[in-house]
Design a binder for this molecule. Structure first.
Ligand code: KIV
Length: 272
């Protein structure tokens, strides 16, 4: 028997029976996954990495290879959280068969526990195709960042008659067999009503405290992504300011030749 204690990783099944709200954050790298894993039930390798890590102005140019490389990094850096990897734009919308090939590649090469894809009623046949072939799926409704141009920008959806469409999307995703659905940037009463109507997990981002779990982009809630802060983000820290201060101190130490000092060098005489 191994002397190393093995930690049981959450699976789509065990997430579904948690008796506390699902704690989820995005993660894109091994060091960040190591920091988040002890506290999170679900880590999402979101295609938001295009904007947060690569400085793109939308998620549209993110590739499958990028998702696989970051998915591998996050699986390596985590032990306990279930890891979900986003299917990027253009990698699944063409046909259920295309979606299966890409999802299988992502699952096989990253070791992730599930994939996430954006879409409601229109993606239901694809979700069903994947689930029937053994791929656990998280749906994503409400604001769908891959459809930002169709939405007319990053905005709250589900006002007025739009609410019926979002509810229909939620029901279709559940019927197709997804085990969870992310609800992004929707009116609160609508997200609450969806959570009441569905038997699967609802994971909110700009949705409702009544959702079965919450997710945020880690860099947003840590204050590390200054470009744009949606209203639904709460900054639990302001690490950007802390990094700024630390780098300014480093630059000063280098310029004044006080770094490296005797403790950081080998055989350097101590100053008197
Ligand atoms: O890509 C992403 O980070 C996401 C979350 C915002 C849910 O889809």
């Amino acid at each position: 028997m191994s002397k190393h204690q093995t930690v049981r990783r959450y699976t789509p099944r065990s997430l579904a029976v948690l008796d506390t709200p699902v704690v989820a954050l995005t993660a894109y790298t091994t060091p960040m996954a190591r920091l988040l894993d002890p506290h999170c039930d679900l880590l999402l390798v979101g295609d938001s990495l295009g904007m947060v890590v690569y400085g793109m102005d939308s998620t549209l140019a993110v590739s499958v290879e990028m998702m696989i490389a970051h998915g591998q990094a996050v699986v390596r850096g985590s032990q306990k959280a279930c890891v979900a990897v986003d299917m990027p734009f253009g990698s699944y919308q063409e046909s259920p068969q295309q979606a299966f090939r890409v999802a299988a590649d992502i699952m096989a090469r990253t070791g992730a526990g599930c994939i996430k894809l954006e879409g409601g009623q229109e993606m239901a046949p694809t979700i069903e195709f994947l689930v029937q072939r053994g791929i656990p799926v998280i749906g994503h409704i409400g604001l769908k960042p891959q459809a930002v141009h169709a939405h007319g920008g990053f905005r709250t959806v589900g006002r007025g008659s739009e609410a019926e469409q979002v509810m229909a999307d939620a029901l279709a995703v559940e019927k197709a067999g997804a085990f969870a659905v992310v609800i992004e940037s929707t009116m609160e009463p609508l997200s609450r009503a969806i959570t009441e109507a569905l038997g699967i997990l609802t994971i909110g981002i700009g949705a409702s405290p009544q959702c079965d779990g919450q997710i945020l982009v880690a860099e947003d809630m840590l204050g590390l992504f200054p470009d744009f802060t949606p209203r639904f983000v709460r900054k639990f820290a302001n690490l950007g300011q802390e990094v700024d201060r630390a780098v300014a101190d480093y630059a000063h130490a280098v310029r004044t030749r006080t770094f490296p000092g005797p403790a950081e060098c080998v055989g350097m005489p101590k100053a008197d």
